[in-house]
Ligand binder design. Sequence first.
Ligand SMILES: Nc1nc2c(ncn2[C@@H]2O[C@H](COP(=O)(O)OP(=O)(O)OP(=O)(O)O)[C@@H](O)[C@H]2O)c(=O)[nH]1
Ligand SMILES: [Mg+2]
Length: 239
Amino acid sequence: MKQGMKQGMNQSKNQQRVFIVIPAYNEEKSIGAVLQGLRKYGYQNLIVINDCSHDNTAARAKQAGAMVLNHIINIGQGAALKTGIDYAVQEGADIIVTFDADGQHDPQDIPMLLEPILKGKAEITLGSRFLKSTSQVPLLKRIVLKGGILFTWLCSGIMLTDTHNGLRAMSRKAAQQLQLRQNRMAHASEIIDEIHRKRIPFKEVPVTIRYTKYAMAKGQSVFNAFDIAFKMIIRKLVR
Ligand SMILES: Nc1nc2c(ncn2[C@@H]2O[C@H](COP(=O)(O)OP(=O)(O)OP(=O)(O)O)[C@@H](O)[C@H]2O)c(=O)[nH]1
Ligand SMILES: [Mg+2]
């Protein structure tokens, strides 16, 4: 048995209360395999937030054994995460992992994200694709992500190696502390701002992000970075 799989299975002994929250928008092609991958490594509490997809995302997720929460209009990834995190807390989650539906995340990275929280060394762990050389980050994306790191430092005073990575884990306590108001992609910056403002202990953990043709075709435009920056500046001004 592979090492990562072994780790995942061991984790499953105390895994009843680890919930995986998966925002999904038009991911019928990938959601089944993503959920299967998570189950293979022992994760059972899988919550998919279907944000008014126009395809069969919800049905595929249900078939693959996930609890599916449906938004009746498309509100955005941030709002979907809030729905999923609130639901997981209500269902008694001890730790919540946020995980993408487009196949970019690797379930084998989850034990490393859980470890500092289980050991009481952090309340939130943030995946970083730049702490490992396994992610083939396209050049333009790399430039935008590095810009995001600088912006986050200026905006929130935290210097990270990766700021817009959807793979992260948080304790129940941290989940209850975070106040997420950004419905769309600015939620990733907002989480970091909340960590700083509320002095929530955090750690960065190396993870792999897969850049498949499918994920690249569906992913975010680099121009979104300007939208995120604008929303964060407004958030700072009106708080
Ligand atoms: N619920 C919900 N999920 C969304 C929405 N937009 C994207 N997502 C999901 O959020 C996850 C990440 O979205 P992506 O668009 O791939 O964003 P990203 O991975 O940060 O950006 P790329 O690196 O360009 O792929 C995927 O699982 C998407 O299905 C949305 O409007 N609502
Ligand atoms: Mg993606």
